[in-house]
Design a protein around this ligand. Structure first.
Ligand SMILES: Cc1ncc(COP(=O)(O)O)c(C=O)c1O
Length: 364
């Protein structure tokens, strides 16, 4: 018998979430962001659910190659562009659009000998101060690119730092518009939070949007809004089973460091899932777990291969009972990945991306 832990990728949920994002920005084309191996879901596994996207945005050439191997003939955008001059040739071979965010990337293009002209997304740093040309330097970069024979098409992009919070996107939109209003080319402006929370402001100003987290069914602005409130469904379920039961009396402790002490008689279920499976070690007592679809709480510390769960709300549970760590239980109850992430002081993105290699995955 294999160890009972299993991750399931939900193809219909991914398709549903993509449609939900489209609904929020109906006039824009959608780059489904599949970097970080489709946020841990696996590019090959997520592909079927996301194939109605207009294009895929990736981080590196390997991800682009994998999409072409799936016979995806449509647009692919290399979000951070080329890391090395040799990559330009591969961009041509794979037919990629690529980001250009710094002078060195323009230098590479200028020195590149090619028959095939490149399609680039010139990136503005409109306030996030990560990648991109500042508004002051943006037009000079555009003019230089525009003069290169190696460049066929220049589109424009920027990335929002605060689309999920009170600061919003207006200041970055203003910086972007002020510099680009009279430049030709398509625009790509927005992540999931921007699309869901500011879709109206983006209408007619973003030819392409770039949602990632929302298509995988996590709320970009949790705990302000839940995935369900945004109409999103879990793209991934992590489930396992109870492999041990302990009956405690008052004063008994559980796990490493004895961090949990029973205040009366209670049953504890030991679930085959630990931090070596990608379950966050920082989850503390109180983190929700579904046992047979019933909300219970994790107690004590997360260990490498196990967690311990208070079975009080589900007295019928026993050896072999289903444990849903996040996602959808077989009874249809949902435990949002965002709640588990929040308990660990992190975000759903990190949990998805950290799903461990040793966890078997099925697609349904
Ligand atoms: C440039 C860029 N666009 C889009 C996204 C997608 O963001 P999200 O997953 O928040 O929708 C990311 C993710 O980090 C990004 O770096």
């Amino acid at each position: 018998m294999p160890r009972p832990i299993l991750a399931t990728i939900h193809t219909p949920a991914l398709a549903h979430n993509l449609a939900r994002v489209r609904h929020a920005a109906p006039d824009a084309r959608v780059w489904a962001v599949v970097k970080a191996n489709a946020y841990g879901h696996g590019i090959e596994r997520a592909f079927e659910g996301l194939r109605s996207a207009d294009g895929f945005a990736v981080l590196d050439l390997d991800e682009a190659r994998r999409l072409r191997a799936l016979d995806w003939r449509g647009p692919i955008l290399l979000l951070e562009g080329c890391f090395d001059a040799r990559d330009l040739e591969l961009c041509s071979r794979l037919g990629l659009w690529h980001g250009v965010h710094c002078t060195e990337q323009i230098d590479m293009l200028a020195a590149h000998k090619t028959q095939l002209a490149h399609r680039v997304f010139l990136k503005m740093n409109s306030g996030m101060n990560r990648l991109g040309f500042t508004p002051e330097r943006f037009r000079a970069a555009w003019t230089r690119l525009n003069a290169l024979l190696q460049v066929e098409e220049i589109s424009l992009m920027t990335h929002f730092s605060d689309a999920d919070g009170p600061k919003g996107i207006a200041h970055q939109m203003a910086a972007f518009d002020a510099v680009t209003h009279d430049l030709p080319g398509e625009r790509s402006l927005s992540n999931s939070a921007g699309v869901l929370r500011h879709g109206k402001a983006l209408a007619e100003r973003s030819d392409w949007v770039r949602p990632g987290i929302a298509v995988y069914g996590s709320a970009p602005d949790f705990p302000l809004n839940s995935a369900a409130a945004w109409g999103l469904q879990p793209g991934m379920t992590l489930a396992s089973k109870i492999i041990g039961i302990q009956q405690l009396v008052a004063g008994d402790t559980v796990g490493y460091g004895s961090s949990f002490t029973a205040d009366g008689p209670m049953r504890i279920g030991v679930v085959a899932c630990g931090y070596a499976d990608g379950y966050p070690r920082h989850c503390s007592t109180g983190t929700p777990v579904l046992i047979n679809g019933v909300r219970c709480r994790m107690v004590g510390r997360v260990s490498m291969d196990m967690i311990t769960v208070d079975l009080t709300p589900v007295p019928a549970a026993g050896m072999g009972s289903e444990a849903t760590l996040w996602g959808r239980s077989s009874t249809g109850e949902i435990l949002p990945i965002d709640e588990v992430a929040h308990s660990a002081g992190t975000v759903g993105y990190e949990l998805m991306c950290a799903l461990a290699q040793r966890v078997p995955v099925v697609v349904e």
